[in-house]
Design a binder for this molecule. Structure first.
Ligand SMILES: N#Cc1c(-c2ccc3cc[nH]c3c2)n[nH]c1N
Length: 241
């Protein structure tokens, strides 16, 4: 059955974009299920408080464990992987997205303020796999934008979501390299031309040119990716680029 994704947040409206465009259509077609929940539905006080001052002092507020505990008790099930976006998380990469696309149920816990009381993740890990992940080395104000990015990265890998499934294989990072430049009509635009090899019709030459462009771009923009390539990824000719 389709992957089910649940998101718990104090700003459910932040997740509305999941209902639009390609992802919205995939949900309508039953290719995946998405539920969004307001964390405040699990509060019991008149102020619907979800945060409190940090033990040990310091700036900002911390999200209360009790509210999160009750929300996760209701939303998580026996096949759930809990994903908690945080700047202090392990890097979320294309490999992570591929792993998540094979799961049955993902629950994303969106923090705000200075984050969620750590005991929430410790308690959840008693019953299910828990991943604390980061989408990049920059600081956001909450987890919602990270969840939008992760859900899109995962959903596009699900069968039937992308019109053209081959592109998911050929996208950047699938062979460990960055995608090279792309071009379309017109042939000349503001005095700028399209590389002639792309109009040659010689597909062996075109594939070679694209590979060279990928290698060169990766070398200049992300040399770290070249270090991580599996053994034997680069042939003699590649090394000359
Ligand atoms: N993932 C991720 C994040 C975040 C993030 C996630 C959750 C909260 C909750 C309060 N502030 C947050 C920032 N910032 N930068 C990233 N790459």
């Amino acid at each position: 059955q389709p992957l089910r994704i649940d998101v718990i947040t104090i700003f459910p409206e932040y997740l509305e974009p999941l209902r639009a465009a390609l992802l919205g259509r995939a949900i309508e077609r039953g290719l995946l299920e998405v539920g969004v929940h307001d964390l405040r539905d699990w509060t019991h006080d008149v102020h619907r408080a979800v945060d409190d001052a940090p033990y040990g002092g310091g700036p900002g507020m911390v999200m209360k464990p009790q509210v999160w505990g009750e929300a996760l008790d209701d939303v998580c099930g026996e096949h759930t992987r809990l994903v908690v976006p945080t700047p202090a998380g392990r890097p979320f990469t294309q490999e992570t997205a591929r792993e998540y696309a094979t799961e049955r149920h993902l629950v994303f816990a969106c923090g705000r303020y200075e984050g969620i009381d750590q005991r929430v993740m410790v308690d959840a890990a008693r019953r299910m796999p828990v991943d604390e992940v980061s989408i990049g080395d920059f600081v956001l104000v909450g987890g919602e934008v990270a969840v939008l990015a992760m859900v899109e990265a995962v959903a596009r890998l699900l069968p039937g979501v992308l019109g053209n499934p081959v592109s998911a294989e050929q996208d950047s990072f699938s062979d460990g390299l960055l995608e090279g430049p792309s071009y379309t009509r017109p042939e000349v635009w503001r005095g700028l031309t399209v590389p002639s090899v792309l109009r040659s019709g010689n597909h062996a030459l075109i594939d070679r040119w694209r590979r060279d462009e990928s290698l060169a771009r990766t070398f200049h923009r992300r040399p770290d990716l070249l270090e991580r390539l599996p053994e034997g990824s680069l042939d003699e000719r590649d090394r000359e680029v």
